[in-house]
Design a protein around this ligand. Structure first.
Ligand code: SAH
Length: 213
């Protein structure tokens, strides 16, 4: 696992590209500058690591596009100590950004190969979530609820009710909803029963799958 000044230069460039696309949160940009994204993808494709593109990882899944990761992180306004539930660990890159922002992270992955790979890999880089969970994100994580923020990093056909139910009041759920492409939906819990909803533009994610293996 090598990280060089050349990689650092490419990361700085990537952060500038994201800034030009509208990412203004310095803490998020610093996370992008710090995390060695090239180590999250197969080494033979290293040259792709610092382009603003999604890229295949294992098990027909993808590491999300850096802009998308930065956008979701910025939108959720992650504060130090926030209790965050992430659905779709994947490569662990978004997890690493949340940890750079000093959140307390619980992350769920339903694909066993990725779950195993990433739960071994991330701690080696020094990124330690509170818990890696192998399971179905549609259920959330009731035993650890409630959460300040919930981030879904796969395209959901609908908004799973358990995720809304597991938010603190003033907590936020950010979830891409749709079939082939998705609309980024932000829900802010206003009270036990009330949620405010905002739609924040079009994105493309791999699907959030239900109980299939
Ligand atoms: N944040 C990740 C994105 C990976 S792609 C990254 O940047 O690498 C989305 C991930 O969601 C995939 O790993 C997929 O296996 C996972 N996923 C899909 N449906 C899921 C579900 N119901 N519960 C948990 N994870 C799910």
């Amino acid at each position: 696992m090598k990280d060089t000044s050349k990689h650092q230069g490419l990361r700085n460039q990537l952060a500038s590209i994201l800034q030009a696309k509208g990412i203004t949160d310095e803490k998020v940009l610093n996370a992008i500058r710090n995390i060695p994204r090239h180590l999250f993808i197969d080494s033979s494709f290293e040259s792709h690591a610092y382009q603003d593109k999604a890229f295949p990882i294992a098990a027909e899944q993808t590491i999300s596009q850096p802009y998308t990761v930065a956008f979701q992180s910025q939108t959720l306004n992650i504060n130090k100590g926030d209790k965050v539930l992430e659905i779709g660990t994947g490569s662990g890159y978004q997890t690493a950004v949340l940890l750079e922002l000093k959140a307390e992270v619980y992350t769920i992955e339903r694909q066993q190969e990725l779950f195993k790979k990433t739960s071994l890999f991330l701690p080696k880089l020094g990124y330690k979530p509170k818990k890696f969970i192998f399971g179905d994100g549609y259920k959330g994580l009731p035993e650890k609820a409630s959460f300040d923020k919930i981030i879904v990093t796969a395209g959901a056909p609908y908004v799973p009710k358990p995720l809304l139910a597991q938010l603190k009041v003033e907590g936020m759920l950010l979830i891409p909803v749709g079939d082939k492409t998705q609309i980024m939906n932000l829900f802010i819990r206003k009270s036990a029963k009330e949620f405010e909803k905002q739609e924040l533009g079009d994105f493309a994610f791999v699907p959030m799958l239900e109980e299939k293996n």
